[in-house]
Design a protein around this ligand. Structure first.
Ligand code: NAP
Length: 454
């Protein structure tokens, strides 16, 4: 049973774990990764000041050492290796490429200079090679973060953290340097709906409200609850706790923080204004009210109350979005691969494509924490194993494990192997040790190549 997993983030590794635990006879798994370093969102998405979340990396490292597994880093699906190649050499492939892009606000001014997606900023401060050259002008006094999910919390926190705090993490060196010179003094975070509907998890929000040296401003008027809100809080303890935390923050007497974090609800940007030089100068904010749709969902509706707020930077943090992969069906509206419990479906017939599976955000959309990928992957792998038993697969023609290596070599690709990664990892950790940091990341592809050449 020869399996290709495309993408070595949490979804890829949990798929691998599920396959290894089922231990079908003759199992061999090749794990392909576009970047020179494995672990996807764990390395390039999880905030640097959240080392506990990253501790699952140790589990993934153990899985990668299993003799049934090979790692091929620096191999781009669709360019170095196509879907036809996978069908030629493997029984099944599991696509685990996550959601690499971002949702847009679709408002005027969104593409002005200094208006960014949170995904770009996150990838930049985490040392993603494709984002190393992005420039974030942190000379601005006030930044706006749009969205009240955990990514928004990450972005706001990183903007507010002290250099001393950041310098203890594995944040990319270029970001540490830029953030240490940051002149951002106020971060305004806006949610379009109310606090009851906010997407923050409570630990993330609590952490945000308790940042050292940061004055937190919450308008009590945003926390006025109607009967529906009270019922929601009564029915869900996490909602009640969220409200309690916010009420606590709203009651605090404003202190003299070095920085200020303002959290606002029922507020949406409707236009970003040019500062006269093609950059963000201000934002038009509208006050929303909540309405309940026919399907029972609570939606934000703009009122006629609006204001203009001077801001120099905008980060839209309104969700990630999957990108299409060459040769793999894609639902553009949903931003993910159409599937039935992980079996990829043909767009024309709606029938499963033999041999092809998905797991993670590209399967279910960009929701859930790292651990959510575990049951998600188990579901996909259960389909794969059942199909295998029923003789449903790609029908590969060349199952020689060396054939893939020859194919890649012939295309001028020199994959990063597991042994290579062990060396790179040791080097990063060594570089961090001198400064009391968990690691100092290699960032650019040339740095990885140089490190491997020595
Ligand atoms: P998210 O949790 O889906 O939050 C997206 C936010 O954007 C919501 O507040 C949403 O509001 C808002 N939004 C969407 N469209 C909007 C629009 N047009 N205008 C204004 N606001 C809009 O997404 P995320 O923050 O990107 O996080 C992705 C997943 O990763 C989540 O499951 C999250 O929990 C997880 N994550 C976890 C951690 C952690 O555990 N520490 C860290 C980072 C991310 P509505 O609710 O009104 O749509």
């Amino acid at each position: 049973m020869q399996i290709a997993i495309v993408g070595s983030g949490p979804a890829g590794f949990y798929s691998l774990q599920s396959l290894l635990s089922k231990d079908p006879p003759g199992l061999r798994v090749d794990l392909f990764e576009r970047l020179p370093a494995p672990f996807g969102l764990l390395r390039y998405g999880v905030a640097p000041d959240h080392p506990k979340i990253k501790s699952v990396t140790a589990v993934f490292e153990r899985l990668a050492r299993d003799p049934r597994v090979r790692l091929f880093g620096g191999v781009e699906f669709g360019r170095d290796l196509t879907i036809d190649d996978l069908a030629h050499h493997y029984d099944h492939a599991v696509i685990c490429t996550g959601a690499e892009s971002d949702r847009r606000l679709n408002i005027p001014g969104e593409d002005l200079r200094r208006s960014h997606s949170a995904t770009e900023f996150v990838a930049w401060y985490n040392g993603h090679p494709d984002f190393a050259d992005r420039v974030f002008d942190l000379d601005q006094e006030r930044a706006l973060v749009v969205g009240v999910g955990n990514v928004a919390a990450d972005v706001a926190r990183i903007l507010c953290r002290t250099t001393e705090d950041l310098a203890r993490t594995d944040i990319a060196d270029h970001a540490l340097e830029a953030l240490s010179r940051s002149r951002v003094r106020e971060v305004v975070v806006v949610g379009r709906r109310g606090p009851v509907q906010a997407a923050f998890s409570n630990p993330e929000m609590e952490e945000l409200l308790a940042l050292a040296g940061v004055e937190v401003v919450v308008d009590p008027n945003d926390l006025v609850l109607d009967a529906r809100d009270l019922a929601a809080a009564a029915a869900d303890r996490s909602v009640a706790r969220r409200i309690e935390l916010l009420q606590g923050a709203a009651r605090r007497t404003p202190g003299a923080g070095l920085k200020r974090l303002t959290l606002r609800f029922l507020t949406s940007p409707v236009e970003i204004y040019d500062d006269g030089h093609g950059g963000v100068g201000a934002v038009r904010l509208v006050r929303n009210e909540l309405v309940v749709g026919d399907d029972g969902t609570v939606r934000a509706r703009a009122t006629d109350r609006a204001e203009t707020l001077d801001v120099g930077l905008v980060f839209r943090s309104v969700g990630y979005r999957g990108v299409p992969l060459p040769g793999v069906p894609f639902d553009d509206r949903e931003g993910r691969v159409p599937n039935d419990a992980g079996r990829v479906l043909d767009r024309a017939t709606g029938a499963p494509i033999p041999g092809l599976y998905v797991s993670g955000w590209i399967k279910r959309g960009p929701q859930g924490v790292i651990g959510t990928n575990k049951p998600d992957a188990a579901e996909t792998i259960a389909q794969l194993v059942a199909d295998h038993a029923a003789g449903i697969d790609f029908g590969p023609r060349d199952r020689d494990p060396d054939a893939v290596v020859r194919l890649l070599t012939g295309r001028g690709v020199r994959p990063v192997t597991r042994d290579d990664w062990d060396r790179l990892d040791a080097l990063e950790v060594e570089r961090g040790r001198a400064n009391g940091r968990p690691r100092v990341k290699l960032v650019r592809r040339e740095e990885f190549a140089r490190a491997l050449a020595t």
